[in-house]
Design a protein around this ligand. Structure first.
Ligand SMILES: Cc1cc2nc3c(=O)[nH]c(=O)nc-3n(C[C@H](O)[C@H](O)[C@H](O)COP(=O)(O)O)c2cc1C
Length: 95
């Protein structure tokens, strides 16, 4: 198992590290931007991918990474942790 995160202000990194500590203390967590991150993904069967929600979606850097490296994910178990500030931007809080 390995945890891969993209985190702007640290919330997602924090949540992923909390999850990994509770679930599999021996697993590593690394940033998506780390050079050689693909090698780490290749070597692990279970991947926890963590990112913040940006405007009800995933950040472009994460979307691009997933698509550019689409062969990396074949046959693996992928778990997603998506952090949010409040809620998806689709609701109208003034009503
Ligand atoms: C550009 C941008 C767009 C965001 N859009 C949403 C959103 O649509 N819904 C939401 O609940 N939070 C939204 N947030 C808040 C982040 O998802 C939230 O603060 C997240 O935990 C930040 O994680 P990080 O500290 O790992 O960057 C947005 C934040 C940014 C910077």
């Amino acid at each position: 198992m390995i945890g891969i995160y993209f985190s702007g202000t640290g919330n997602t990194k924090y949540c992923l590290e909390k999850f990994i500590a509770a679930y599999d203390n021996s697993a590593e967590t690394i940033a998506l931007e780390t050079p050689g991150v693909m090698k780490h993904i290749k070597e692990n069967q279970d991947i926890i991918l963590a990112y913040p929600i940006y405007y009800s979606n995933l950040p472009k850097i994460v979307d691009d990474f997933i698509k550019k490296n689409h062969m990396l994910w074949k046959g693996k178990k992928i778990y997603i942790i998506a952090t949010m500030g409040l809620f998806s931007g689709d609701c109208n809080l003034t009503e």
